[in-house]
Write a protein that binds this ligand. Sequence first.
Ligand code: AKB
Length: 323
Amino acid sequence: MEHHKNQPSTVILVTGARGQIGTELVAALRKVYGRKQVIATDLHDAAAIPDQQRPYHQLNVLDKDDLESLVVTYGVTQIYHLAATLSAKGEEAPLKAWHLNMQSLLNILEVAKDHKLDKVFWPSSIAVFGPSTARKISPQDALLDPQTVYGISKEAGEQWCAYYREHYGLDVRSLRYPGLISYSAPAGGGTTDYAVAIFHEALQNGSYECYLNPDTALPMMYMDDAVRATLELMNAPKEALKERGAYNIGALSFTPAELAIALKMHIPDFTISYNADKRQSIANSWPAGVDDAVARHDWNWQPEYDLTAMTKDMFDHLEPVYK
Ligand code: AKB
């Protein structure tokens, strides 16, 4: 039976709840379902978590017994599994990243299957694409040839999700997130993180040294759009979702030079310099944009934030912090 979003029986567990996506997704889920219906979990010590951010539990997603005991104790009906090591950090310790990303997903899928959970959300990424994908805009059904361990874990994860869906009837849903831009929590360990760091450095120092070349276009999205996309996908009727893997979702595509121009509208004397590092080769393997026609068709996906609106909203929230 599908739980309607307003039924009190919906209990959601979120892993990686203190991360860049988790911070905002937990808040959005609590608005819809109520605070107590959303159990936040992460590696941080529970003692440090303020009351208004509870229920919160310290959880290492590699510990399947702990995960299972939370699911049973709270009568969890849905899991949003966000904990992962991202692309740049993953290259520093590939086997560790593989183990975390894959084993945690398998733990979630197993527990969800065994306890007959209603739904699971697991994010994939544009990191599934590689050099054989059309550089300008990647189709939904592109050949996946990821170049990073993170990307390989996302490609394999898409296959595992499809396996559990097909073999066990588990309702697991997934999006290929582009680089995400937000003001609440820092991005960490990704290749697209520059698009968040640049705002903080611009406001703090008036300048930024970018680790990608000026003309490196990548798919990006404002967090409000990403959170809305996630909730819309999770609330879409199951029969409408025809995609076997994860859905491409597009919003923005810009280069560091273009983002710098948008920032200059707010800080006219902002300066940017470039000093490409290892992350450049990861960025070079990703497309500049994605074709999201299938998501638009299946569950009416529509982005709302363009570059100007995103930049303005970032400044509206961050300017008071640095005053
Ligand atoms: C990263 O840069 O690794 C992530 C992603 C695109 O999945 N932001």
